[in-house]
Design a binder for this molecule. Structure first.
Ligand code: HEC
Length: 111
């Protein structure tokens, strides 16, 4: 196979697109309306920044993706279950990545 099979313009375009996705991904800003976290209503009980509320605190979750997914598919108690037909693994993964990307809460001193 010739090395010039992929035009360099296409490679440059792909590199730029990847860089944009990487920047958007690591920004860790508040989710916008298109975020699966918002679109699936997680924020209603867990807060926009995963800080908790009616539901548990989710920001920077220490769970592995598998454990996190199990808790969303088969919640412990009052949380509605999210079946894969409603929320597929890809969306669940982006919710997980979003929650893991959130900044540390500020340190609070009690004295
Ligand atoms: C109607 C309120 C509600 C909504 C909507 C909701 N949750 Fe929950 N969630 C809860 C409650 C309450 C708990 C505590 C366990 C229980 O009662 O089932 C919980 C627990 C969890 C836990 C386990 C946390 C822990 O530390 O044990 C995870 C993970 C979680 N939710 C993720 C999500 C995700 C992701 C979404 C959106 C796809 C979501 N939740 C939507 C109410 C909600």
């Amino acid at each position: 196979m010739k090395t010039s099979a992929i035009p360099s313009r296409l490679l440059r375009f792909a590199a730029t697109a990847l860089a944009i996705v990487a920047v958007a991904h690591t920004a860790g800003a508040a989710p916008d309306e298109r975020s699966p976290y918002v679109a699936n209503g997680c924020y209603q009980c867990h807060g926009y920044a995963g800080q908790g509320g009616a539901g548990a605190r989710l920001a920077r979750t220490a769970y592995s993706f598998e454990a996190f997914a199990a808790l969303v598919r088969r919640p412990a108690n009052e949380m509605p279950a999210y079946a894969p037909q409603v929320l597929d693994d890809g969306e669940l993964r982006s919710i997980y990545d979003f929650l893991r990307s959130l900044p540390e809460p500020p340190r609070v001193s009690l004295r």
